[in-house]
Design a protein around this ligand. Structure first.
Ligand code: HAM
Length: 428
């Protein structure tokens, strides 16, 4: 059977027991549980914001000149309002922080999230139009320990899930005051090479020259080797912060690589910027990225800066990386008990038992289409059930069910009266 419609390019259905780990619901549950647990341990609380936001929030927050805002947003108009399907969650979370006056809460805010994001990119392995991020933000402090804490909680999620071969690159982007000077110096240096640059970089040279720094084009990398370094233009405080961040990371044994060419695709960053990479997820090596964004709040209307730092990571890239590293991923969620009923009367009785087992806390299953014993046994096997309970006419008469241990193959008769208790105790 086939419908006229298929999923939209760059989006996917998640299905229980799907052969591909990337779209298997059980794998997502496994990873989501891990994320919730690590976040809880680190003292982060979950925030959920709407998928729809005002386009202005994203455009002003992320920056008009970024690829995301200039080419990748899904927007639509209704009445006089322009809506966007969120391409990320940091600007929405800062909006929420300001809207609900979270600055009035005592201490810093440690918030984490999981959710769907949308970017109109060219789909390929590790890059989708609807993808899912998890991430965390610490809002309310300039302390570089917050930057280190964000990096630490990010790394811990991967470590807890068994993904150890990651590479952390860090950089500082300096302050909003010093960056224009660096920008000028970079443009001055690159201008004589304009003809050698790719079309994309030529365009960036006039609009967003810092983005040229993270080019993957070898010829451009060569040119950039001699380019002025942002580090030379840093203000005293940014420099001190960067040194402090490196010290704190070293003190908690988090290895990092300093990369003066690291720039991010969103305009709201100042000072700390970082990315976590993994080989083996195709052209998209970035598992996660983030940094400090003290000026995002004023960009979206706050009267003054709100110090904040965070990271976001792609769920799909995490799954691809885990799969690529050969880490075990759950196949399906096995049943505790599967009821097999033969005949209508047994079917009704079995239904009552199944509900009672479920209320008692067991994962219990039952086929509803009245198939043969053999077909039902096949389903019980597929469900990976630990126990199978068989009810036929004879069992109804004797008021005893047959309970089969699917590991040993052993069968015993258990009186109806004590059936739920018997199975609950077996599975304790
Ligand atoms: P981002 O680098 O744009 O940062 O995205 C973070 C992560 O989302 C990427 O490293 C990647 O794993 C995943 N990702 C991005 N686009 C796609 C896509 N089209 N398909 C699949 N995965 C994708 C941010 O979004 C910032 N909000 C991070 C942040 C949080 N900065 C401060 N706080």
């Amino acid at each position: 059977m086939k419908s006229t419609f298929q999923t939209i390019e760059g989006t996917s259905d998640l299905l229980p027991g799907a052969p591909k780990a990337l779209v298997r619901t059980e794998v997502w549950h496994h990873i989501e549980r891990g994320i919730h647990e690590i976040m809880r341990r680190h003292g982060f609380s979950e925030i959920r914001t709407p998928i729809l936001e005002h386009t202005g929030l994203i455009a002003r927050g992320i920056g008009q000149l970024t690829d995301i805002v200039s080419k990748e947003m899904y927007t639509f108009e209704r009445g006089n309002t322009n809506y966007v399907l969120r391409p990320e969650l940091t600007a929405p979370i800062m909006r929420s922080y300001l809207q609900h006056h979270l600055e009035q809460q005592p201490g810093v805010q440690r918030l984490y999230y999981l959710g769907a994001c949308f970017r109109a990119e060219r789909p390929q392995k590790g890059r989708y139009r609807q993808f899912h991020q998890f991430g965390a933000e610490i809002i309310g402090t300039e302390d570089p320990r917050a930057d280190a804490e964000i990096i630490a909680v990010m790394m811990e999620v991967y470590r807890a899930l068994g993904l150890l071969e990651t590479r952390l690159r860090i950089n500082t982007l300096g302050s909003a005051e010093t960056r224009p000077q660096y920008r000028e110096a970079l443009v001055r240096y690159l201008e004589p090479h304009r003809e050698t640059l790719t079309g994309v970089s030529q365009d960036r040279l006039s609009r967003n020259p810092l983005r040229i720094l993270d080019t993957k084009v070898e010829a451009e990398r060569k040119i950039l080797k001699e380019a002025p370094r942002l580090y030379a233009y840093l203000d005293e405080e940014s420099r001190r912060n960067y040194e402090a961040l490196k010290r704190v990371l070293a003190s908690i044994a988090i290895p990092y690589l300093e990369d003066p060419m690291l720039v991010r695709g969103l305009d709201y960053y100042t000072r700390t910027a970082f990315e976590l990479e993994h080989d083996g997820i195709g052209a998209q090596s970035a598992l996660a990225g983030g940094g400090r964004y003290d000026l995002l709040a004023p960009a979206i209307g706050a009267k003054k800066p709100v110090p904040a730092v965070g990271f976001a990571a792609g769920m799909e890239r995490l799954i691809l990386a885990m799969e690529g590293s050969g880490l075990p991923l759950p196949e399906s969620d096995p049943f505790d008990v599967w009821m097999i009923a033969l005949g209508d009367a047994a079917g009704e009785k079995a239904f009552i038992f199944v509900q009672s087992l479920r209320r008692a806390g067991l994962r219990a299953g039952l086929e509803l289409t009245g198939r043969s014993m053999k077909a039902q046994m096949r389903l019980a096997n597929r469900a990976g059930s630990r126990w199978v309970v068989i009810l036929g006419e004879k069992e109804l008469e004797t008021e005893q069910a047959i309970v089969k241990d699917m590991v040993t193959g052993e069968q015993i008769a258990v009186p109806f009266m004590g059936l739920t208790q018997n199975l609950t105790e077996k599975l304790k």
